[in-house]
Design a protein around this ligand. Structure first.
Ligand SMILES: *Cc1c(COP(=O)(O)O)cnc(C)c1O
Ligand code: SF4
Length: 463
């Protein structure tokens, strides 16, 4: 941005900022039109049909061969083979809505940020980090009742169900979410929508006066029926100690149509929000947009409907390499969310999840992005960049490490209010480390030394 001095000297100097070139306000330019028609399978689909959430659900693709078939003619055979290879090794189930498929630029499938998130390729796969574990956040270890994680003093995470409107290959909860996948040697934990399990969770929340805040997630709140949204919402609101609730969903990012046309679901959510307001309790929606391309004019209409009905919406993104790890994209995402009345709440440094090593990036990148984004818009619309410390330390501001070695990629965090006296380690992806760091990790005999060094240095400085 240029500042032009137009008149005067010294104190009298006036700095006049010329109006911004509209082209620089790309966050305001949301995709419009019938973009889905470029996909051969949807070429004949009119707007009313495309906006119908039932049509989106019915035509969501849940089988790899069907997905590859829908792409025939759009991409090269080489790409199709690459994707088939990627899926053959993927530990997650597949579910892709027509809307999501239509947002991908199939002329550049290798680079497209949405393709990277949802369609794995054999050719880009990297070995997992040697320190990676299933359920890296240890959510099960902190669960007094199956599907209810009580890690922080005053808040709990309630995993109400195990299905989603989309399956993200980078999901932290691949230990529980989605149907079992044949390639997966590990048994998943069962977190089905089940009345008995819910009752046990409600009873636990009611038995803990310190629990003021419940996150309802899964799986995904989008897949709760309207009566289930009402049941969970009203039951929790009736518990005197509960002051705040959030329904978490990826839905608006992959199927905003539901907000526009599923009046029963939308109505149930608004009912809970309004009942909360009568009781002076806060009920909000937390979404999961990762890239500005996920917000179109359809999304804006959906978010406008929520805003007009008085529903506060916040967003949690995951930082992903090749998706949103550059300043321009992250700034546009943050500003576009704000423009649509969504508060960007968190950007997570990618959890250590199996099979998605090419999507992770370094803590250093998160720190750089935070510095670059801060100042570009309102402070309350500026996300906090966090590391969800593996092992159950909870979310930590990425800058708050006790020690960070950029050579070995090891960062050490403490969480005095959550797990006092313990240390939590995060590991940058090895392939992004300087050569000396990569060489050390190449030798398994070095691994314990690398960890011990990091912990010793952290001890030397921590209070
Ligand atoms: C993220 C999370 C919460 C909510 O934490 P906030 O920082 O308030 O968003 C609660 N419980 C668990 C287990 C979580 O992972
Ligand atoms: S929608 Fe959320 S819970 Fe479901 S697969 Fe994606 S990241 Fe995981």
């Amino acid at each position: 941005m240029k500042l032009e001095v137009i008149e005067g000297e010294g104190e009298a100097r006036r700095l006049v900022r010329p109006p911004a070139d509209p082209a620089s306000l790309s966050h305001q330019q949301l995709r419009e039109g019938d973009f889905w028609r470029r996909i051969p399978a949807y070429a004949g689909v009119d707007e009313a049909t495309f906006l119908d959430h039932r049509w989106q659900m019915k035509h969501s693709i849940t089988k790899v061969p069907a997905l590859l078939e829908a792409l025939e003619g759009l991409v090269s055979q080489g790409f199709l083979d690459d994707a088939a290879e990627g899926f053959a090794r993927a530990p997650m189930a597949v579910r892709v809505s027509p809307y999501l498929l239509s947002l991908i630029d199939w002329e550049s499938p290798y680079e497209d940020p949405l393709r990277r998130q949802f369609i794995p390729l054999g050719s880009t796969r990297l070995p997992d980090h040697p320190k990676l574990r299933f359920d890296s956040l240890s959510e099960q270890a902190d669960a007094p009742v199956p599907g209810l994680t009580h890690r922080y003093p005053d808040k709990a995470l309630f995993l109400a169900l195990d299905t989603c409107p989309v399956y993200c290959r980078f999901c932290t909860r691949s230990y529980a979410v989605g149907p079992d996948v044949e390639q997966e040697e590990l048994e998943k934990v069962s977190l089905k929508a089940n009345k008995g399990r819910w009752e046990a969770a409600f009873a636990y929340v009611a038995s803990r006066p310190e629990l003021e805040d419940v996150v309802i997630s899964g799986g995904d709140s989008y897949n709760l029926r309207a009566d289930q949204i009402r049941e969970i919402g009203m039951r929790l609101l009736d518990i005197p100690n509960v002051r705040r609730m959030r329904f978490a969903t990826k839905g608006p990012a992959v199927m905003p149509q539901k907000i526009l046309t599923d009046d029963a679901w939308f109505g149930a959510l608004v009912e809970v929000v309004e009942r909360g307001r009568q009781l002076t309790k806060d009920v909000v929606l937390h979404t999961h947009f990762n890239h500005p391309n996920e917000l179109t004019s359809i999304t804006k209409r959906a978010l406008d409907r929520l805003f007009s009905a008085g529903v506060t919406v916040r967003n949690q993104s995951v930082l992903q390499r090749g998706v949103n790890d550059d300043v321009e994209t992250m700034t546009r995402l943050v500003k576009r969310l704000g423009y649509c009345n969504v508060q960007p709440y968190y950007v997570y440094v990618h959890d250590m999840v199996k099979g998605v090593e090419e999507l992770r990036t370094t803590v250093d990148t998160a720190i750089f992005l935070e510095k670059s984004v801060r100042g570009s818009t309102a402070g309350f619309n500026t996300p906090v960049f966090v590391v969800d410390a593996p092992g159950g330390g909870g979310k930590r501001d990425c800058h708050s490490y006790e020690h960070y070695d950029r050579l070995t990629g090891v960062s050490v965090y403490t969480a005095p209010s959550v797990k006092p006296g313990r240390e939590f380690l995060y590991f940058d992806p090895i392939h992004l480390l300087p050569e000396a760091g990569r060489l050390r990790w190449a030798d398994p005999a070095e691994h314990n030394k690398i960890l011990q060094e990091a912990l010793d240095k952290a001890h030397a400085r921590s209070r």
